[in-house]
Design a binder for this molecule. Structure first.
Ligand SMILES: [Zn+2]
Length: 328
């Protein structure tokens, strides 16, 4: 299995967990921010072969400080991998992911959730590329110099990408970093399509036709990502799958996948759980519960298609669009 989006680093940085020992997900308080979904003992049991660790610093002014926080989180990530060489490999290229998986290990890859981590200076992109970052989500929950989030765009004149964001996309593509349109406003999404040349990723979310949440993609947006040979990651957070759902059902995940499949997404759909940052579907519970997702998908979609959804689509996309490490 491949997971395009998780927040293990948030619990390391903000809640000071080492992730070395087994934690617990407290079901009675599922919204507790310290809810723990991921640690090394549970990663071992998860069947997840490619795990994306999203760097996330709460946005603040001056946002150049977020660059420092990102560096600190990356150092924590590198420490974690170094302490568990028998389990994790810090993969910086598609070839390194494949080698890790072939060797029975788990490929851990880095991503940034929010262009604010780049600070004021696009030259910082070189640092992220050098550390093996795979994609950068342009925005998060508040508007930044990069662009407007889906959440606040209705209150601004810009509504989409800002000048710094446009520059950033150019710099990212030059550096070999993938643009993630999750959290972008609708206008921001189309602004990105105007500027970006490479296939975009939508790392964690859903289809608006299935669940009318503002963060989700309209059918036109989903079709555009498919047309550009991009990747669509379905989130595993009940409320985003079906508004008001507290625990959620596997069926809620299937409905989003079914919809994207009906738009031609067979080779483009994948999983972006968002675990560690949200409440997970109760049937899954934590990363060690991912085999239940695997089994449910196989039962529903069959071996071949579920393989694509669970791993092959993500891996194929990476091979086509992630030019790999610093020495590419
Ligand atoms: Zn997110």
């Amino acid at each position: 299995m491949a997971d395009l989006h998780s927040h293990a680093l948030m619990s390391m940085y903000y809640w000071r967990k080492t992730l070395d020992t087994r934690g617990r997900t407290p079901w009675l308080l599922p919204y507790l921010p310290t809810s723990s979904h991921i640690d090394v003992p549970r990663i071992r049991e998860s069947g997840v072969k490619l795990l994306t660790f999203a760097v996330y610093a709460f946005f603040r002014w001056p946002h150049r400080d977020c660059f420092e926080t990102a560096k600190a989180q990356i150092a924590l990530f590198e420490g974690l991998v170094a302490r568990h060489p028998d389990v994790l490999v810090h993969a910086k290229t598609p070839a390194e992911i494949q080698a890790a998986v072939a060797g029975g290990k788990i490929a851990a890859v880095l991503a940034l959730e929010g262009g604010h981590h780049v600070g004021n200076d696009p030259a910082n992109l070189a640092y992220f590329k050098q550390r093996g970052v795979f994609y950068i989500t342009l925005t998060h929950f508040i508007n930044t110099p990069v662009g407007d989030t889906y959440l606040a765009s209705r209150f601004t004149r810009t509504k989409g990408l800002r000048a710094f964001g446009r520059r950033l996309i150019g710099g990212m593509e030059k550096a070999g970093l993938i643009v993630d349109v999750a959290h972008s406003s609708e206008k921001g999404f189309w602004d990105v399509m105007e500027v970006a040349k490479r296939a975009p990723i939508y790392s964690h979310g859903g289809a608006k036709s299935v669940c009318r949440h503002d963060r989700h993609l309209t059918d036109d947006q989903s079709r555009e990502i498919i047309r550009r040979d991009g990747l669509l990651g379905v989130i595993l957070y009940p409320h985003y799958l079906r508004i008001g759902a507290v625990w959620g059902k596997m069926e809620d995940v299937f409905r989003h996948l079914d919809h994207w499949l009906s738009l031609g997404g067979e080779d483009h759909v994948a999983i972006g759980s968002d675990m560690g940052g949200v409440v997970l579907l109760k049937e899954i519970g934590d990363i060690a519960g991912m085999p239940r997702l695997h089994d449910a998908l196989v039962k529903r979609f069959g071996e071949t298609l579920s393989r694509k959804i669970l791993f092959d689509n993500a891996m194929g996309y990476l091979k086509r669009n992630w030019p790999g490490g610093p020495d590419r």
